[in-house]
Each structure stands twice: as C-alpha cells, then as structure tokens.
Design a protein around this ligand. Sequence first.
Ligand SMILES: Cc1cc2nc3c(=O)[nH]c(=O)nc-3n(C[C@H](O)[C@H](O)[C@H](O)COP(=O)(O)OP(=O)(O)OC[C@H]3O[C@@H](n4cnc5c(N)ncnc54)[C@H](O)[C@@H]3O)c2cc1C
Length: 439
Amino acid sequence: MGLTGLMPAFGAAIVNVVVVGGGMAGTTAAKYLKLWGAASGLDVRVTLIDANAAYVSCILSNKVLTGETTLAALTYRYTKLAGLGVTVVQGQVAAVDKANRVVRLADGRTYPYARLILAPGIDFDYSALTIAARGLTADQALAAVPHAWKAGPQTTELRRQLVALTNGNRVVMTIPAAPYRCPPGPYERACAIAGWLKANRPKSKLIVLDANAKIIAEPVNFGKAFSETYRTIIEYYPGVTLKGVTWDSATPKLKTVSLLDAGGAAVTMPAEVVNLIPPQKAGRVAIDTLGPTGLSANGRWALVDEISYESKVFPGIHVIGDAINSKQPKAGHIGNQEAKICADAILRLESGRAPYAAPVTNSACFTPITPTTATWLTAVYRYQTDIDPATGQSLGTKSMQMVSGNPVGVASETPTGASGDNADAMKKWFASLMVDTFG
Ligand SMILES: Cc1cc2nc3c(=O)[nH]c(=O)nc-3n(C[C@H](O)[C@H](O)[C@H](O)COP(=O)(O)OP(=O)(O)OC[C@H]3O[C@@H](n4cnc5c(N)ncnc54)[C@H](O)[C@@H]3O)c2cc1C
C-alpha cells in the first residue's frame, strides 16, 4: 500500500522501489516495474542505482578475448530506462538500513524505499587459495591472474596476456565448484581460448582444471569440442582442487600452479597465463544486508521465495539474479525472467493481491564453439512443491524446479552439435535479450 501503507483519498498510491544493481536482472526489474506500474493504478517510483555509468555485458565477452568483438560493443547505457521515467543513479551502495528502509551510498546520499530489490550479481572468494608473487601486493597478484568473470578491465588484461603469450608456453584456466555464474561459461571460454591458440599459438596448450567431477553443462557438446575440435590444444582435468598460484614478479611468464588432482595427490605445473576463476558468492551488498539468517547455510546466496523473490527473512527486500540460492542457473537470461516475476509480484502485493501462483521461467543459452559455430542448451523451470528425493514426500516448501529437459531434470543441449545456424540464432537471441533489458 505505498510508502506509508495508506491509500490516499485522491490520486494513486505511491510505491517507492529502489533497485540496487543495473545488470541483467536489476535493469529488467526497474524497466518492467515502470512499464507495468503505469497500468497498475499505482504511482510506482523506481530508482535504479549502479556503481557504474554503463553496463558491460559478460555475455559474449569471451569473444573479446579472441579479438572478435570489443568491450565497447558490449556496453549498454541506461538512457532508455531514464526515458521511461526510472531515476538512474550512479553510485556505490555501501549499506542498507533495514529498520528505516533506507539505502545509503558510499558518498553519503540516501534513498528511502518501500520495497528494495537487490541485484548485485556475484563477488569472488579467494579465501582458500594462495595467490602470491614476490614483488607484488596481494591485489596486484590477484589482478595478474585475472578471472575476467565480470566483463571489464580483467577481460582486457586476460586478452593482453594471451597476445603476449610465448608460443609453446601453457595457459591454465580454473573452473570453481558449482554453483557459479553461467554454468556453460567456463567451457565456452575454454573453446574460445583454444580456438585462438590453435590459430595463433599452435604449440601452446590450454590446461583446464575443473573443481567439478565432470563437465557440468552441455557435456556432449563440450566433450566433443575438447576431444575432437581442440584435441591438440585442450587438456581437461576434472575433480581438481586448486591450491594456488605463486611466482616472482621479475619472471611473470614463469608461474607455478599448485593443486590436488582427482586422487588427492599434490601436483604443481608451470604456466605463463593463468585465468583463475575463483569460487563465488552473492554480491557484497546482499551478503551484508541479509546477514547469516538471510543467506544459505554456506553463507553465500540469498534465501528468497521464488514466487516473488522476496527474502525469506526480511519482508520488503527482494533479491534477483546471480545472488540468489536457486535451482535455476546463474544466467543473464534467467535473471531477466526472475526480474519480471519479481516486478509483477511487487505490483500485485502493493495492490493488496497475492503474487501469481505458478510462475515459469525458461533458460536459453547459446555457446560459441568456434568463431563461426555455436551450440545451445535450454530448460524450463516451474514454481512447485519441493520433494524429498529420498522419500518422495513433500517437504512443505516450493521453489523453481526444472520441468523439462532430456531426460527431465537435465537441460537439453543442441542435438546436432555446433553449427553456423546456431551462431546466427545466437546473435538474434543476444540482441533481443539486450533490447528487452536495456532498450
Ligand atoms: C564469460 C561469461 C559468459 C556468459 N554468457 C552468458 C550467456 O550466454 N547467457 C546467459 O544467460 N548468461 C551468461 N552469463 C552470465 C550472466 O552474465 C550473468 O548471469 C548475469 O549478468 C547476472 O545478472 P545479475 O543482474 O545478477 O548481475 P550483473 O549482470 O553482474 O549485474 C550486477 C550489477 O550490480 C552492480 N552492483 C553490484 N554491487 C553494487 C553496489 N554495492 N552498489 C551499486 N551497484 C552495485 C554492478 O555494478 C553490476 O552492474 C555469462 C557470464 C560470463 C562471465
């Protein structure tokens, strides 16, 4: 019922929504709250806050590494959103005062809310790793083994290191244990880097160290790409526990990667380029705001009821996108859909109605295999009763669960493998997703 909980005698009730994070999920939520809010009879006032003036898409950023596209071509501005009447603010959110429902920026500006949507994406967890270089500070050492898992300066740095690679020296990339941002993304990246090496540094190898027991997305397509298309370049090792990377800043091309192999034996290997994708957790503002009670048992992801994406613990705070604990993948396409369900639920709740009872989402993801071909995977999720797999009995809760796939519960992947037609479809899919989000 608006900011004060009262319906005004004249005019529409004011609903003040602040969205933190102008990425794939947050931007979509702000846009659709404004669009649908206009038809809802409410006066919905939306403020979108992001640390940056523009958004750089992670989707397709692996093609920046190969020189096929640029970060500039993947940059999206908030101009259209502002045109719709969303108040766009550039600033770093430092804290949320839950008791008084106020968002505070690092520079002291404050924004009151009736409902808050947190969509901060992910942060990285290096706590179990030793990354140290003699002569470098801890931050400099981390930047020298870039994750490039948020598109931006680290993407540029990884591209620079690949271009400087000595033909014959190794590139190592590491994949964290799931869940992490974009399940097929690291395997897609392995194909992108391997394709570039094959054409430009054919004596070099790409060593893929996967913390997971097997390829966790599109196992058939990526298995084929690794063992056939890039047989001479990629060596894939599942079940690896990464321990760290050490080197001397005087000899940056001589890095030592330390790990435990699948059998638990300690191994070290030399590498010139290390693309270290660390374990992940929700963006810091979500972790700080929700605290241990509002997070999953491992303290990494926001606990939400996926009927509305409202926190299971803190009423009025919704969390969407990669930051949530969910069976849905951490993907931009899904974040876009979670945002619409959240926006719709907020409008219904503020109008005194219940959220739509059976929301459905679809995850579609295209993955380039070579510069001219791509594959895809897809799955559908529905909000339904959680079942205990051991007993088959209802757990008394509901969440988004995969209801399609081949077999059901396993996302479908391209039956015919990588093709040029899929690469064309990928361009159309990406363009329409970004127009739906930022346009
Ligand atoms: C290499 C790669 C390839 C990918 N390919 C695909 C793909 O093909 N298909 C797909 O669907 N997904 C893909 N993804 C995943 C997709 O990019 C993410 O799932 C998606 O961006 C998540 O959306 P989000 O809104 O949760 O987070 P983000 O898009 O990261 O947005 C978070 C925003 O919050 C802002 N923010 C965070 N904290 C604060 C704060 N305290 N104050 C102010 N602002 C803040 C950030 O600046 C950022 O703009 C890929 C990811 C990678 C890395």
